[in-house]
Design a binder for this molecule. Structure first.
Ligand code: DNO
Ligand code: MN
Length: 356
């Protein structure tokens, strides 16, 4: 297990590398050029400057999260090949500086989606919350109107420039079925995987979050069956998974320990976090502590230890503690607690293994 930390870059993250240095066992920084729009080539010089900065603090920069995929690729529109060529060029640049894993996702229009970014937990902290009825009882047209006219829709990643074009995007996806999305994913992967192999880079798809269709848009990376189907697209080692326990774990029918058993071998990267699921389908993010949530993180880490998992791991979203402000889900305190919990579980299972 190679412990890492997601960091948003100089001037773009309230946390510094000096802070992260003080968290035991964090070996690498999961980074990205956050200013780049999906579809743009990441220039080599900018990549080098970021990676040099990270390495000069004694961290590796092996994992990038995410190189986002242009909607034309997901929709399968005629201009997709241009964006695929750009993606390949970014892969080559990342290969040149020694990047090993690229996290990406294939969710239409929206990335991770919540209805409240600061929902109070009983202990007085706040966390990201998903209220099912708020998302499910709403038609896309109504949603667009609501976003345009309200400040209460607090979903992350809904940049104003993008929202201005949201109707256009919804229209472009109108005829895209789940099968189309699968086909477009396969088309994309067959084009880029040879370049990844050349560069010794593994792609690691992030599951859809939440793992079900929202606002009438198709979502395909939602379950063990999806992961299996993904791997069937290509046996290449470059075709991998980001094993995210909090995303898949929001659906109670996803048994994360069983999925870990089945899929860790093809997961060069893992996000470990917990969520508490309610009977009505709502869920809230919790601390990493196993009994605080619905995901059996203890036994997921046990699976890792049993398999001798050597991949990259990071704590995923955390709660907001002790009046900490900043980027929702990506504060210092709760993620640092998460790292230490995961370190403890890992060490305990390693010690146990040596006994037998
Ligand atoms: C959700 C988070 C996301 C994720 C991106 C991947 O679980 O980990 O920020 O990293 O959606 O592209
Ligand atoms: Mn995740």
């Amino acid at each position: 297990m190679n412990m890492t930390w997601r960091w948003y870059g100089r001037g773009n993250d309230q946390i510094t590398l000096e802070h992260i240095k003080q968290i035991p066992n964090v070996k690498g920084i999961v980074w990205a050029l956050h200013g780049k729009a999906a579809g743009e080539v990441w220039p080599l010089e900018e990549i080098k400057s970021e990676v040099d900065y990270i390495r000069s603090h004694g961290f590796h920069a092996d994992v990038v999260e995410s190189v986002n995929i242009h909607d034309a690729i997901k929709i399968g529109s005629p201009d997709r090949d241009t964006y695929i060529e750009n993606y390949k060029q970014t892969i080559r640049h990342l290969g040149q500086v020694g990047v090993k894993v690229i996290c990406y996702n294939f969710m239409p229009v929206f990335d991770w989606t919540r209805t409240d970014l600061y929902h109070p937990l009983p202990d007085g902290s706040t966390a990201l919350f998903y209220e099912k009825s708020k998302v499910h009882d709403i038609e896309p047209a109504e949603l667009i109107e609501k976003i345009a006219s309200s400040t209460t829709m607090t979903m992350p990643g809904w940049e104003p420039e993008r929202l201005a074009k949201i109707q256009e995007l919804f229209d472009a996806y109108a005829d895209v079925t789940e099968d189309d999305l699968w086909e477009n994913l396969a088309y994309f992967l067959s084009a880029i995987l040879p370049v990844c192999e050349e560069q010794d880079i593994q792609m690691a798809i992030h599951p859809d979050d939440p793992p079900w269709s929202i606002f009438g848009l198709p979502r395909i990376m939602t379950s063990g069956d999806s992961l299996k189907r993904l791997l069937e697209i290509s046996d290449s080692k470059a075709n991998g998974i980001t094993f995210c326990t909090g995303s898949l774990g929001a659906n109670p029918s996803n048994d994360m320990v069983a999925l870990a058993h089945q899929f860790l071998a093809r997961s060069p990267f893992s996000h470990l976090r917990n969520v508490k699921i309610f009977e009505n389908g709502d869920f809230i993010e919790t601390s990493h502590f196993t009994s605080d949530g619905s995901v059996d993180l203890t036994n997921v880490v046990r699976e890792m230890a049993d398999q001798g998992f050597t991949g990259y791991v990071r704590p995923d979203h955390g709660r907001h503690l002790w009046n900490e402000e900043g980027r929702p889900g990506y504060g210092l305190y709760d993620r640092a607690l998460g790292v230490m919990y995961l370190n403890g579980l890992w060490d305990a299972f390693q010690a146990r293994k040596q006994e037998v």
